[in-house]
Design a protein around this ligand. Sequence first.
Ligand code: BEZ
Length: 389
Amino acid sequence: MLSRRSVITVGALAAMPRFAIGQTAKIRIGVMLPFTGTYSSLGEMGINGLKLSLAQHGNKLGGRDVEIVTLDDESDPARAPSNATKLINGDNVDILIGTVHSGVAMGMVKVARETNTLLVIPNAGVAAATGPLCAPNVFRTSMTMWQPAFPMGKVAYDKGYRNVVSITWKYIAGEESIAGFKEGFEALGGKVIKEITVPFPDVEFQANLAEIAALKPDAVFTFFSGGGAVKFVKDYAAAGLKSSIPLLGSGFLTEGTLEAIGEPAEGILTTLHYADTLNLPANKKFRGEFKQAYGKLPDLFAVQGYDAGELLAVGLGAVKGDVNAKTELFASMERTVLDSPRGHLAFSASHNPVQDIYLRQVKKGQNEVLSVAAKAVSDPSRGCKMMPS
Ligand code: BEZ
């Protein structure tokens, strides 16, 4: 368990003054993730994925040793700007990585833009980060909320569902996930007949489940993740809805949650940019190495943290570790194509992943890939001025 703020030297060099010795000083990376609360398992997986990538590069980026400073952001948007500022000004980090919660990521983007600090977002899916607030120094190795949710619209329609109820936490990530599904589903002729929201991170679902039972939709589409997802899927089954109203989700619902949920998760269909059973050499290798390092299998959040490390390795390799060679560094990162455990991973002009979205089903405690729901999905990045017009 990581304390709220801690420094981990992952390189071998002894401490040296930073600017006096230029290229041989350590690169300091400030990692803001939730290590407590409903998203704590996502934070833990994310940093373990990142550390695995760094370890595989000898704990060096562009030839320089790396030092990580971690901070538990507690999924608290109100404290995000001061937390990010503390890492940059107080801990002198060169690069920021974070976070899981979209509201917190918004605070990080603001500070990164103001200070021109390189920010890599390893999970949060808020559209604005690679939309109206896109910037040369802001990259994302995860997705927008729209990306995995939109293709589920067609999956649901093709299954014959016409009236769907949505339920999510009332904050930007949940709202954008539902909007993505709705866009895909209603364009084909389906209807989201009721949008239910619950305050974040509440997990009291009884009244909402009674409402869903009374509405009798063809299916329910949802965004929950982490501890909240575990509680929701269990409560859904306990309320007797599992057998009568199919539960659909963007894949966060069943990602990293299956062991805790158990039987009630079996059969759930989701769409996401990763699946446990992806038959790709890079995925098999990653899963084996992660299991060996941490004693348990990885999930999407570990993949995204790993790819954040891989992206930095390419970018900093191109500038030989010179974090101040920003133009070249950002250009190299933008051109990067990774052979990710999720498959082919490229970046759009807005610095958001272009990636396949998989249709998955929970079978025997795993997210099994059924098909590619949508190929090379690129977020529209509406409002991003870096996108070609
Ligand atoms: C978000 O807040 O952006 C988010 C949180 C958990 C999973 C996916 C996205």
